[in-house]
Ligand binder design. Structure first.
Ligand SMILES: O=C(O)CCC(=O)C(=O)O
Length: 266
């Protein structure tokens, strides 16, 4: 654990290979995609564990409704609280861990050019401690072409400086605006969608990976990260969840004590 803490402090992330039982991860993937069959998201007759895109048309209202139900599933909550995750955080923080209620689960369709832009998580979590971690968990194998999470190498130190600058600029704003990602002084969450240019500006590179079901990456709220679009030639959808843990004793951002919704502006 002390080596992991050192690695985390140095890199801003940890890749915990195979920390979760692969079978349970794949069972959850199958359950997720089978629920979306009625919205015509997955290919008819296909095994839901494969997550093969139907090609559309998807009933997007129904798909959104189902997604918001999934966020409330006891099964999803149990997945996010799997014992290896809780044990890891208990040891890592050296104290009782707390899982934020706002938990995000995302699927991406092959060929959809939209993807998460470059950002660091503290921008959305300024109302509590910065001693918190994000767990990004692939729910299924996510090879590079399926568009997994990518990290901007060495970016945490730079983001800390940026955050300090924002804090200076925001200090005179009322509290709710001061902690908002979308206040008058800020750029609305994402630093850039142009990932190569950002890496060039900072003279660094993006770290990419082939993730497997059972892996979990843990990252600091300061490391800059993004995701890429899904170009899987086998038409598989990318499924992942991103959830946040901290010590229960530290200050908790109350805005994260509600279930995720698509318009919560966090
Ligand atoms: O999965 C994604 O597209 C983005 C995830 C993310 O931003 C995070 O894990 O903090």
């Amino acid at each position: 654990m002390s080596e992991l803490r050192e690695q985390y402090a140095f890199q801003g992330y940890l890749w915990l290979k195979g920390i979760l039982p692969r079978k349970e991860v794949l069972e959850f993937r199958a359950r997720f995609f089978s629920t979306f069959r009625e919205a015509n998201l997955i290919a008819p007759e296909s095994d839901p564990v494969e997550g093969i895109y139907s090609g559309g048309p998807v009933n997007s209202d129904l798909a959104r409704k189902i997604l918001m139900e999934v966020v409330r599933w006891a099964e999803y909550e149990a997945f996010c609280l799997l014992l290896p995750i809780r044990r890891f955080y208990e040891d890592f923080f050296g104290g009782a861990p707390y899982l934020h209620k706002r938990k995000i689960i995302r699927y991406s369709i092959p060929g959809d050019s939209r993807a998460t832009g470059a950002h660091y998580d503290l921008v959305y979590l300024r109302g509590g401690t910065d001693n918190l971690c994000t767990s990004w968990i692939p729910i299924g194998d996510i090879p590079v072409q399926q568009g997994g999470l990518i990290y901007l190498e060495g970016s945490a130190a730079w983001a800390r400086e940026l955050e300090a600058e924002y804090s200076r600029r925001n200090q005179h704003l009322p509290y709710d605006q001061r902690i908002s990602a979308y206040n008058q002084n800020l750029i609305g969450g994402w630093l850039s969608k142009d990932l190569p240019t950002l890496a060039d500006q900072l003279n660094t590179r993006w770290l990419i990976a082939d993730y497997e079901a059972g892996d979990m990456v843990v990252h600091s709220p300061y490391i800059v990260h993004a995701a890429t679009a899904n170009f899987d030639p086998t038409r598989r959808m990318r499924l992942s969840t991103d959830i946040r843990y901290q010590r229960v004793r530290d200050e908790i951002d109350i805005r994260w004590q509600n279930h995720w919704s698509l318009d919560d502006m966090l």
